[in-house]
Structures are given as structure tokens and as C-alpha cells.
Ligand binder design. Structure first.
Ligand code: NAD
Length: 477
């Protein structure tokens, strides 16, 4: 049974209630987490606020940097343990979980290096003035973390927040928060002072909503559904807090007639199948020039027919869907595609060894998908790929930009001028040319436009989100 982590120690939930945690691979209950409420959130925010003015807040940048580096090292030391927890909690294949723990450590390594390198500037003004622009911490940061990459998302928002000297309250997703609870024990062991990071588990509409509504939270980073994102932004607006929102996508991979299909094919498949399609930046639409539609369809069908969904230990192409509710949602989406007579091109398999009680969905590809079909526009968050056609470059751009979302996109072509023309006109936070995902590089700024959200995480630029500017003007005559 797991409790909250507030003010440097384990804390009982005020409600004295707990939520079952299920392993999606087996459907079995493996643990319980505390059900947090507004009182728990208030305790956590108070602790974070006081940390800003005590041991944590008094650290020099170089001291913060060293603590972050210690955290990175301790995470790596416990990589297998953390990856096993992550795989059990989310159902993701163990190799993918290990990569996620590597990323968690890497976020702390990267931002450890940045903690003492964010400079302000001096600004030339009238001769009798001296002006400096300081870059300062924001204060208490609220982090709402999703269940699809719990460890990675923890690192992605927490490491830059701490690097800038903020103090944090984390509300992990109720579906998957065990890794973060083990992480905070390790981070404390690595020297993180009390109150710098607090974790309150529980439901989004209860603990999450209380965090976003708290008057003393100055910045909220949220990753999750567009619907919840709107609620978060409204709640933040009530007390004038800033928000960084990352809300998913319907990301296109554009395949021109001159594309190197041997190179593109693995990315077209993995861009969707990784994490069972439960990735905000999944390449869920493959847009192909009509002249090579049949060829690409045949190649993708061969690949999809071989894909296997299975339990984390069996090294499958993808694991189960996170919860029973999401499993039903994804299956309903697939049924609607079939009922609407959308041609099914190919479908993978569920491993016969996969536990019957797990939430497995076989990867599937449909096509050609009409532009007004639900599958062409709505996020499934499951392993379902839409194959669509375009007739020329302008049409490809219109189709790619034709959804409400804009998170990532890719261009597959051997024509350099076309690569540049198309990439520049795509409305997305990241555009790949002849690749997809690029290994998730922590150095690479990431974020959306429109329904995919706003603000940028990852890379050095994220430090701007987690800090604010003060201009100091001295009139010396
Ligand atoms: P969700 O948006 O409800 O949950 C994500 C996180 O937000 C969780 O920690 C949750 O507790 C919290 N939350 C929910 N409502 C909140 C509120 N009102 N105030 C504050 N916090 C709140 O997502 P979900 O219901 O778990 O999944 C539904 C859909 O969301 C998925 O099918 C998928 O399309 C999308 N999703 C996207 C991402 C992503 O990476 N962009 C991640 C998870 C889910």
C-alpha cells in the first residue's frame, strides 16, 4: 500500500482511502495508492512553498546541479528495479521500460548541466541607467503526469523545474504512479532536500483539480487529454497561473513517391506501434502519394500481419492497453471503423501466451481512409493506423495540417528542396525529415500547436517555461 510523499516523508491521505493499481498485462491488482484530496494537496503546496525559502531555496545553482546529477546517477543504479516497476505498472515491454528509465536519468543529467548556465543579460539603455534582466525561478510548480510514459514525463518536467530552483508538487496519473513513488525515495537518498518535490496520488478530478486550483501554484505543466487540458487551463486562469499543455496529436508521416521505402517502413510501423499506440506523438496517419499507394499498402500489410501484442517479458512488438476502460475505448473505435465499412488492410496478433485477463489489442491498419472519417481526425490512443492518399505536394500539406492537432510530423522524400518546402509549411512542434521520433532526444524542444497544446518542453528552451524574467533598472545619474 503506497502513501503520498509530502515534506520529505511518507504521508497518510486525509481521506484514509486507497485506489487499486492493476497490472494491465494480467488485469490483476498489484498494489494500492492513496486517494489524495484538496487537503493533501494543500499540505504538499505548503511544503513546496516553504522549501523555496529554506534549505532547497538557499542552494546555489552549482549545488542544485550536483543534486540533479546525483539523482541521475541513482536512477541509473536502480535502472532494472525502476524498469520492472514501470513495466508492471504500465504493461509496456521491459526493453521499452528500460529506455524510459534511461530517459528519466538523462533528463536529470541534461538539466544538471543547465542549472548553472542560464544567464540573464544586461540591456543598454540611457547612459545614466544600468539595466539587468534576471532570470528567476517561478515558485511552486504543479505537475500533472500522464500514464503512458510516467517515468519519462516525470523527468521531462521535474528536472528543468528543479534546475531553475522551483519546488514541485506532482500528481501522477492514477493508472500508473508506482515508479514516481520509488523515484522520490531515491531522489531523497541522493540529497534532495525536504519539500523540493512532493507527490500526491489520486484522481484527476479530485487531487489534480485541487492542484490546478491552488492559489499558491504559479505554473502548471499538464500532459494528457485535450478535454482535461481545457479544465486545467481554466482552473489556472482563475488564479492567474501559467500553463504548459501537451495534449496529444494525430501526427502525419508524409511519404512522397521518391521516398526511400526501405528506410521509411520501420519508422512508419514503429512510429505507431511503440507503446501500443499510446504515445502523444505517435505517427497515426501515413499519408502516401497516390502513385505508390498499392506498393506501400502491400509493404505495410506484410509488417502488420507479423506484429504481436504480448506481455512485457515476452519482448512483444507492443504491450497491452493501460486500463480496461481504455481497452474498451480503443476496441469501440476499431468496431466503428469496421461498421463504417472502412477497408481493413491487415491486423497483427495477440500472443497466445498473453494472459486472457490482460488488456491486449492487436495492431491494425485501415485504408484508404477518407478525409472526413473519424479515424482520419480523432486520436485513438491505441495501435490503429490510418493510411491515406494525396495527389501532389500542396495536397499533402493541406491533408497533413487538416486536423485540429499539430504535435509532430515527418516528411519522407529524397528531394532536398521538397523536404524544406514541405517541412516549413507543416503546422507542428517538431518536423522530421527522413526519420521519425529521432530517439526522443531530450535536447530537442517539443510541444504542440492548437489542440496539441502550447509551451515547449525538452531542450534548453524549456528552462524559459520554468523561469521568469525580472528587469532591474538602476538610475545612477
Ligand atoms: P486525462 O487527461 O484524463 O489524464 C491525464 C492526467 O490528468 C492524469 O494524471 C489525470 O489524473 C489528470 N487529470 C484528469 N482530469 C484532470 C483535471 N480536471 N484536473 C487536473 N488533472 C486532471 O487522460 P485519460 O483519461 O487518462 O486518457 C484519456 C485520453 O487522453 C487518452 O485516450 C488520450 O487520447 C489522452 N492522453 C494523452 C496523453 C498524452 O501524452 N498527450 C497522455 C494520456 C492520455
Amino acid at each position: 500500500m503506497k502513501k503520498h510523499f509530502i515534506d520529505g516523508k511518507v504521508a497518510e491521505p486525509h481521506l484514509q482511502q486507497y485506489i487499486d493499481v492493476k497490472n494491465p498485462s494480467t488485469g490483476q491488482v498489484i498494489d494500492q495508492i492513496a486517494r489524495g484530496d484538496a487537503n493533501d494537496i494543500d499540505d504538499a503546496v505548503k511544503s513546496a512553498k516553504s522549501a523555496l525559502y529554506s534549505e532547497w531555496g538557499n542552494k546555489n545553482p552549482i549545488e542544485r546541479s550536483r543534486i540533479l546529477m546525483n539523482i541521475s546517477n541513482i536512477v541509473l543504479k536502480h535502472k532494472d528495479e525502476l524498469a520492472t516497476i514501470e513495466a508492471q505498472d504500465t504493461g509496456k515491454p521491459i526493453e521499452l521500460a528500460k529506455k524510459d528509465i534511461d530517459a528519466l536519468a538523462r533528463y536529470f543529467e541534461y538539466y544538471a548541466g543547465a542549472a548553472d548556465k542560464v544567464h540573464g543579460m544586461s540591456i543598454p539603455y540611457l547612459n545614466d541607467y544600468s539595466v539587468v534582466m534576471l532570470r528567476e525561478r517561478v515558485g511552486v510548480v504543479g505537475h500533472i503526469i500522464p500514464w503512458n510514459y510516467p517515468a519519462q514525463m516525470l523527468g521531462r518536467t521535474l528536472a528543468p523545474a528543479l534546475a531553475m530552483g522551483n519546488a514541485s508538487v506532482i500528481k501522477p496519473a492514477e493508472e500508473a504512479c508506482l515508479t514516481s513513488l520509488r523515484f522520490i525515495e531515491l531522489a531523497t537518498e541522493a540529497g534532495l532536500p525536504k519539500g523540493a518535490v512532493n507527490i500526491v496520488t489520486g484522481y484527476g478530478i479530485e487531487a489534480g483539480a485541487a492542484l490546478t486550483a491552488h492559489q499558491d501554484v504559479e505554473l502548471i505543466t499538464f500532459t494528457g487529454s485535450p478535454q482535461a487540458g481545457v479544465l486545467v487551463q481554466k482552473a489556472a486562469a482563475e488564479h492567474y497561473a501559467r500553463c504548459v499543455l501537451e495534449l496529444g496529436g494525430k501526427s502525419p508521416q508524409i511519404v512522397f513517391e521518391d521516398a526511400d521505402l526501405d528506410k521509411a517502413l520501420p519508422s512508419l510501423v514503429n512510429g505507431l506501434v511503440q507503446n501500443a499506440g499510446q504515445t502523444c506523438s505517435a505517427g497515426t496517419r501515413v499519408l502516401v502519394h497516390e502513385s505508390i499507394y498499392e506498393k506501400l499498402k502491400t509493404l505495410l500489410a506484410e509488417k502488420f500481419n507479423q506484429l504481436v501484442a504480448g506481455s512485457p517479458e515476452s519482448l512483444p512488438d507492443c504491450g497491452p492497453i493501460i486500463t480496461e476502460a481504455q481497452y474498451h475505448r480503443v476496441n469501440k473505435f476499431i468496431r466503428e471503423c469496421i461498421d463504417s465499412k472502412l477497408p481493413k488492410i491487415a491486423e497483427g496478433k495477440i500472443s497466445p501466451d498473453a494472459p486472457q485477463s490482460g488488456f491486449y489489442v492487436a495492431p491494425v491498419i485501415f485504408g484508404p481512409v477518407p478525409r472526413d472519417h473519424k479515424l482520419a481526425n480523432d486520436e485513438v490512443f491505441g495501435p490503429v493506423l490510418a493510411l491515406m492518399t494525396f495527389k501532389d505536394e500542396a495536397d499533402a500539406i493541406e491533408l497533413a495540417n487538416g486536423t485540429d492537432y499539430g504535435l509532430v510530423a515527418s516528411v519522407w522524400s529524397e528531394n532536398g528542396a521538397r523536404q524544406q518546402r514541405v517541412a516549413k509549411r507543416l503546422e507542428a512542434g517538431q518536423v522530421y525529415i527522413n526519420c521519425f521520433g529521432a530517439g526522443g532526444g531530450i535536447e530537442l524542444p517539443f510541444g504542440g500547436v492548437r489542440k496539441s497544446g502550447h509551451g515547449r518542453e525538452k531542450g534548453f528552451i524549456a528552462l524559459e517555461e520554468f523561469s521568469r524574467v525580472k528587469t532591474m533598472i538602476n538610475h545612477h545619474g
